[in-house]
Design a protein around this ligand. Structure first.
Ligand code: SF4
Ligand code: SF4
Ligand code: SF4
Length: 357
């Protein structure tokens, strides 16, 4: 693979590159993580504001794929912009394109081999020390600790943040022709290099071990209502997990709609039938509904766990169920735009064994 070596930190290398691209009028804007009093996703079109960018800081204030869906759902961005996203955000964006909720025309992607992000609960006060310790896994999202899809598949340019590059040495790998075109006339000192596959394998093995250990404690086999109550019984029905999820794709969620309003008659009937009610009501129904909708496309970003006010490990549960569902269809969400989401296809003969049971 062709690669560009820059004697700067990854963030400075990206900002220098973007600055040159602006000067040469190759791009008109950038979508990236930024910092100004706090972290946020920014769409920046003024070159003088590039200093606000912190593209690789281990923070995900919202899933960037979902934010881009908001920007592009109605029509594509008209001029070329560079988008910097983590692998799970990029995969979420691809799923949203398939669901006709995002458009990637004119977007050029930079991504990086991802060490993970800090839990949002850690992002307060001075986080510099925590950011520096991210490779020691302190304060990382649980979903990141077992994420095996940390190498981006669909980016034009890729930085290997994870494999121990020091702060003043950055390699930018050129993955696509579009990436090569972007750098034409900007950088000539290209070398031939590849990812450090031994390091990537050892990280993947460590994460797989952590996943197996963590998932053992989440009993989703023979789940049933008692199992669901074990996990979601304390849910306060705030729906924050669904709002933060990039894949929760319904434009109007049934659970937030008037159709889901429950009048006294419904409560009376339930009380007549059972003699007691669990309140808030409908929490288990909400999670079953979400599982049905998102398990084929869940990208394991962990946003849902991170925003849960009572620390239910939503992402860990959903990711485990999603891996099983996706495995049945040999489907990897966000891998390939041409690969249809199995729920949108119909085969006359499929899962015959279920009918035989
Ligand atoms: S889930 Fe994976 S790709 Fe996403 S932030 Fe965590 S480690 Fe990175
Ligand atoms: S269910 Fe959770 S882990 Fe899966 S895509 Fe949605 S927010 Fe991310
Ligand atoms: S964020 Fe937590 S409390 Fe709120 S609906 Fe989701 S699981 Fe329930």
């Amino acid at each position: 693979m062709k690669a560009l070596k820059i004697s700067k930190s990854p963030d400075d290398a990206i900002k220098d590159l973007l600055s040159s691209l602006f000067e040469k009028q190759k791009i008109k804007g950038v979508f990236s993580l930024c910092y100004d009093q706090d972290y946020f996703y920014g769409f920046v079109t003024d070159k003088n504001l590039l200093n606000k960018l912190t593209p690789t800081a281990p923070v995900m204030p919202a899933n960037g794929g979902k934010m881009l869906s908001r920007l592009t759902m109605l029509e594509p961005i008209q001029t070329p912009i560079v988008v910097v996203l983590r692998p799970c955000e990029l995969r979420a964006l691809y799923e949203l394109v398939k669901l006709e909720q995002a458009n990637i025309e004119n977007l050029i992607f930079i991504s990086f081999i991802c060490p993970g992000v800090l839990s949002l609960k850690e992002i307060k006060g001075n986080i510099e020390e925590k950011v520096a310790n991210v490779n020691q896994k302190q304060g990382l999202r649980e979903c990141c600790r077992f994420c095996e899809n940390f190498v981006p598949e669909n980016a034009d340019l890729i930085l290997p943040i994870i494999d121990g590059e020091n702060n003043n040495k950055t390699t930018i790998f050129i993955k696509t022709e579009r990436g090569e075109e972007l750098l034409q006339g900007i950088e000539n000192n290209l070398v031939e290099e590849d990812f450090d596959s031994a390091t990537l394998s050892s990280i993947r093995e460590e994460r797989t071990r952590y996943k197996e250990k963590t998932w053992q404690n989440i009993k989703t086999e023979n789940f049933g209502i008692p199992g669901l109550i074990d996990i979601f019984g304390r849910c306060i029905n705030c729906h924050a997990c669904g709002r933060a999820c990039p894949i929760c794709y319904c434009n109007l969620c049934y659970f937030d709609s008037a159709s889901n309003d429950t009048g006294p008659r419904v409560y009376e009937e339930e009380l007549e039938r059972r003699g007691a009610l669990r309140l808030p009501s409908g929490t288990i129904f909400y999670h079953i509904g979400r599982m049905i909708h998102i398990s084929l496309s869940c990208v394991g970003c962990g946003m849902c766990s991170d925003v849960c006010p009572i620390s239910i490990p939503v992402g860990t549960v959903f990711t485990k169920i999603a891996e099983a569902t996706q495995g049945l269809f040999n489907y990897v969400p966000g891998r390939d735009l041409e690969e249809k989401i199995p729920i949108s296809t119909f085969k006359i003969k499929e899962f015959d064994e279920l009918g035989e049971a």
